[in-house]
Structures are given as C-alpha cells and as structure tokens.
Ligand binder design. Structure first.
Ligand SMILES: Cc1ncc(COP(=O)(O)O)c(C=O)c1O
Length: 413
C-alpha cells in the first residue's frame, strides 16, 4: 500500500547506521585475541584502564561492566530482558511482530528518534490537549512538523475519539503522526478497552487516507488505579491493525521503575504493512539516530537496569512502591469526596485515575498562573501549570490533599 519512503521524513530517508563503520567493525572483532579496535584504553592484561577512584564507586560492578562502551543499540542482554519485560506486562504484544527494543537515553531520546525518522514540514503531529510540552519541542520546534491538538476528553469525561478523528480528517500534509500517552501526563487519564478500540478504529480509517505513524509513549506504564482501565499498552492493539500504520512503543525505567536519572529507555517498532526488510531498515535508521546523537548510552546505567530486571526482589519492591502511590491517589480522591465545600466553585478536578498526576481547572490561564505563583510565594507549595490547569504530582508528596487544600484556599482568596 505505502512504501517505507512514504512514512519517512527527509531526515529519516537520509539517516543510517554505517554497516562498515567503527561500531560495526568493533562488533565483528568482538572475539579477537588482541583488541586494537575501539578508542578505549586497556591495561597490559586487557582490563579496562579505569581509574581506581571511579571503580570504587561502582558497588558490585566491575570496570568492564560499567566504564566500557555499550553497543550503540544497547547491551544485548538488556534488550532481550526488556523485550521479555514488555511481553510479561503486555500479553497483547504476543500476537504482533515488533523489533527488539533498542536502548535509548531516556524516553525523550526514543520520542526524538521517532521525530527524526518521521516528522518534518510534510508531517502533521496530532497530540492531545493538554499534553507534555516536550512534544512541541521535539516534533514542532526541532522537527519542523505542524502540531495539531484535539481535546483529550469529551463532555462525558470519555476519551474524545471524535476529536481525534476530526483532527486526523483535517490533516493536509503528506503524512501524520499521532502521539498516544496513557497513562496520561498531565491529566492521569487512561482509556478503557472499549475506548482503546475506538482509538484503533479511528487510526485504521486515518491510515487508509495517508501514511500514519503512531507512537505509544508508555512512560507511566503500570500505574492504573481504576478497575475500568485497560491495563496494557495500546501498542499491542494497534501494531497489526492497518497496513498504513507504523507503530512505535517508547517506554523505559524512568517513571515505571523510578529510575529518572538513569536515562534508560527503549524504542521498538512494528506495523502490518512492513516486511522483514522494512523492519531492518527502520532499525538501522534508529541506530543511525542513536549513533549521531549519543553514539552509545550509559553502560553503567544499562547494567543497573539489567540487574534490576534480574533481581529476585524486583517485583516485590516495585509492587510496594506502586501500592504507596496508589494509596496517595485513593487518599486524595477520598479527601476530594469528603471536602467538596473546600474546593467546589474554585477548583474543578479533572477525571484522573492513573499515572503520577491529578489536574484541576482554575478558569483560565491567567488565574491559574496567579494561583501557582501565590502558592510558591505565600504557601511554599509548588505545582505545574498547563494552560489553565494546575497539575499536582501526588506521586511526589506524602499528603497530596495538603497541596489541594492550599490551592483551593489561595484560589478562593
Ligand atoms: C509523558 C512523558 N513522556 C516521556 C517523558 C520523558 O521521559 P525521560 O525522562 O525518560 O526522557 C516524560 C517525563 O516527564 C513524560 O511525562
């Protein structure tokens, strides 16, 4: 139906990972007796020439496990372990074909790579309103694409699939790129299975009109608090749903494993219209983007992430952290339910139920900004403004209701 070229931006067509470059030659010589390939110093006995004051910081890791270069696409063992992790979390991925995850420097680099391959002046990028502001920087400011918003929720507090369809129907450029971010930043909204299937139907239609790229930004995977929510990535529902659709999954340890500064993310791609050769070409281009930007990500961080996935305590520790955040969410909802008199009329809580955040509408940008500044100056309370909304990160504070009470108080004064 479409050829790979139709999905690619100008830059995406150019990007490639040289098959005979330094990194490829190093990989070919991996098992050689004498390693005189890469610019990485070794001792006479062949150990990494790491400084003692660095090695002593490494805990249980050896220098070879931390200061040497990781391959451009990430440690093979981590890539494998992350693929297994994704599958265990999202059984729907078992039915589709995706490339093995490539390791990125945080999710931001994965999202950027998708932009590098697909976003340019011939691309319209459709995002929800509100949305994480870095999409603007990555796809519009840097990529040169046109950004179009649709209201995330309709009047009934459901996912606004009609708005998404209308935004896609209005696209005039050669190709479109849709960013799906659930659990959602900033609102904390996540779809039900029925809403996920509505999204799928909209994307199927749109992909019949023009080449369509979808990126599932699964940063907040796993943090669902309401039973109605679909507890898997939408990615598995979408990958094989239409030949005109290319689907990326971008995820990582940042939020779901509380490893913000480790900068370990992952990107993988699939699509019903792709041949094995297309998948290999896209993977090569993603590798080209990685090589161009960071050359290779932090080996130390990747090793930590790998050990985390292998740790027998991993599941239990993660469950305990999730339980603590779930309790904060429930505590906040209970407080909102019991204290309507405090906030009604000045704050309007948006439908939430997943992720790290609860948003409140304050009746306009200027008012929200005034309240935000006064919260800092008069109450020592910090929140984030998205347009006319204030976003409370209940994942970050022991008693999120104190934040909301202060917000209501200031908004009423
Ligand atoms: C929706 C969303 N996607 C991606 C990211 C970026 O993650 P990272 O810090 O791993 O680049 C964030 C971080 O705040 C986010 O909220």
């Amino acid at each position: 139906m479409y050829g790979l070229e139709d999905w690619l931006s100008e830059r995406g067509r150019r990007l490639h990972f040289p098959v005979d470059g330094i990194k490829a030659q190093v990989a070919q010589a991996r098992d050689c007796r004498l390693q005189a390939t890469i610019g990485a110093a070794r001792t006479d006995s062949g150990e990494p020439m790491a400084l003692g004051c660095v090695v002593e910081q490494l805990g249980g890791l050896t220098a070879a496990e931390a200061v040497t270069y990781a391959p451009t696409g990430g440690l093979p063992a981590l890539r494998e372990a992350w693929a297994e992790h994704q599958l265990a979390q999202n059984p729907n991925l078992a039915e589709v074909t995706m490339t093995q995850p490539l390791v990125t420097s945080g999710l931001t680099q994965g999202l950027w790579l998708v932009g590098a391959l697909h976003a340019d002046a011939d691309t319209t990028v459709v995002v929800a309103a509100p949305h994480w502001g870095n999409y603007d920087l990555i796809y519009a400011t840097e990529g040169g694409a046109k950004l179009v918003e649709y209201e995330l929720l309709d009047d009934h507090g459901q996912h606004n699939h009609r708005g998404l369809a209308a935004a896609l129907a209005g696209v005039q450029t050669k190709r479109a790129l849709v960013v799906l971010n659930f659990p959602h930043n900033p609102t904390g909204y996540a779809p039900t299975l029925a809403e996920g299937l509505e999204i799928k139907a909209v994307l199927q239609k749109a992909a019949a009109r023009r080449p369509l790229v979808v990126v599932c930004d699964d940063a907040y995977w796993g943090l669902w608090y309401e039973p109605r929510m679909y507890r898997q990535s939408l990615c598995g529902l979408l990958v094989d749903c239409a030949p005109g659709l290319l689907v990326y999954k971008v995820d990582g340890v940042t939020k779901e494993d509380f490893g913000y500064g480790l900068r370990v993310g992952a990107v993988c791609v699939g699509g019903a219209g792709l041949t094995d050769g297309d998948r290999a070409t896209i993977e090569n281009k993603l590798l080209g983007g990685l090589r161009t930007t960071v050359s290779s990500g932090s080996h130390l961080s990747q090793r930590v992430a790998l050990r985390m996935l292998e740790a027998p305590e991993y599941a239990a520790q993660k469950a305990a952290a999730y339980a603590a955040i779930t309790q904060r969410y429930e505590r906040l909802q209970a407080w909102l339910g019991a204290n309507e008199a405090v906030w009604r009329g000045v704050l309007e809580p948006l439908r939430a139920g997943s992720g790290y955040f609860q948003c409140f509408a304050l009746g306009g940008e200027a008012r929200a900004e005034t309240v935000r500044r006064r919260l800092i100056d008069e109450r020592g309370v910090g929140v984030i403004r998205f347009g006319g909304l204030l976003r409370v990160s209940f994942a970050s504070v022991a008693a999120p209701e104190e934040v909301v009470a202060a917000m209501a108080d200031v908004a009423r004064a």
